[in-house]
Ligand binder design. Structure first.
Ligand code: PMP
Length: 360
């Protein structure tokens, strides 16, 4: 079977070996006579999957013991609410750096919970760049600083992260988690929906410094309190078992590939192929993001006018390239090149872009 050239922004391409392994076990997981989604979440078979997924996440991402790994639901969007509900203590302000629609949404949800402050923003420039670290102005009473590490819609990504010992750093890492090596200790809370680099939609990961767990008010609704998940090993209620199984397979794949240093290098190579193609096109393709803010996960570009963009997208579709339409707020095109997108698919796209340019 020919695999699609899948450049969707998420849910997105998954590694082929993961899908094959899941297929092999689809009807009969490990000789149990049951599919994974038929296993009780209290069974020993499922428990082994759950623990292994947690252990692998710890080892692949080098997560220290001083952090909890949580499996949540509700997507990154529910984290926009859970973060302030748990961590925006009264008399303090949630500080947000605005780098796109997702950080705006995070801010809007926090506004419903307590005081907020915009610490920096690149909205005026249609989010073409990531603000410089020295442009971030924290309020005196900052409860935390929230950033979006990769801006899926605009194709921008933080290269260096802000540091401030006194103010916890909270990062929405939905679209670049597990794409490069990181020192987890530079962050206090990382959250991410799984559906870009980690697996299918349905499970949301949180990696939280244990010190932050004492901030949550016990009167919060049980399912919105991080402590519920931490105390019960993310098994307080029924977790998304199938999504966690697939997450485990993706993590095993990442480990077999050689871990984050190999994945990071490959991601750099893929991004370079497409950015070179844009930069060498003499303005035929124009990158949306400023060069020093370019994302290695989502490459956004426009063509000279809407009509040419339309033709590009139409012909790309006919040639088998899926999911290249840009988000409506930026227009043009976007190639999402997450971990599971093979280098060869990116090379084929660059070839297609060059041929299209030559024809016009
Ligand atoms: N943050 C970022 C950076 C995203 O890319 C997305 C989804 N594309 C979200 C948050 C929202 O995630 P979810 O759909 O899992 O709620």
């Amino acid at each position: 079977m020919k695999r699609a050239l899948n450049f969707y922004a998420g849910p997105a391409a998954l590694p082929l070996p993961v899908l094959k392994e899941a297929e092999k076990n689809w009807l009969n997981y490990n000789g149990s006579g049951m599919a994974v989604m038929e296993l009780s979440h209290r069974s020993k078979e499922y428990d082994a999957i759950h623990q292994k997924a947690q252990d692998l996440l710890r080892s692949v991402l080098s997560i220290p013991d001083s952090y909890e790994v949580l499996f949540l639901q509700g997507g990154a969007s529910l984290q926009f609410s859970m973060v302030p509900m748990n961590l925006l203590t009264s008399g303090k302000a949630g500080n947000y750096v605005l780098t796109g629609v997702w950080s705006e949404k995070a801010l809007q949800e926090a506004e419903k919970v307590g005081q907020v402050c915009v610490a920096a923003s690149s909205k005026e420039e249609n989010y073409r760049h990531i603000p410089k670290i020295n442009e971030i102005k924290l309020s005196e009473d900052a409860a935390y600083l929230h950033i979006t590490s990769n801006n899926t819609i605009y194709g921008t990504q933080w290269d260096h992260y802000p540091t401030n010992e006194a103010v916890p750093l909270i990062v929405d890492m939905s679209s670049d988690i597990m794409s490069k090596r990181l020192n987890i200790e530079n962050f206090d809370l990382i959250y991410a929906g799984a559906q870009k680099n980690l697996g299918p939609s349905g499970v949301t990961i949180a990696i939280i410094n244990k010190k932050l767990l004492s901030h949550s008010n016990p009167s919060l609704p049980t399912m919105l309190n991080y402590n519920t998940f931490a105390k019960h090993d993310s098994l307080y209620n029924t977790p998304p078992t199938l999504a966690i199984y697939l997450l485990k397979l993706v993590l095993e794949w990442a480990e077999q590939e050689g871990g984050l240093s190999v994945i990071e290098k490959r991601n750099e190579e893929k991004a370079k192929i497409l950015y070179n193609c844009i930069d060498e096109s003499e303005g035929f393709y124009k990158g949306h993001a400023e060069i020093d803010s370019r994302s290695k996960m989502n490459v956004t570009f426009t063509l000279k006018d809407e009509e040419t963009s339309k033709q590009f997208l139409q012909q790309a579709k006919e040639a088998g390239f899926i999911g290249l339409g840009g988000h409506r707020s930026v227009g043009g095109c976007r190639a999402s090149i997450y971990n599971a997108v093979p280098v060869e698919h990116v090379e084929q796209l660059a070839e297609f872009m060059k041929t299209f340019q030559y024809k016009y």
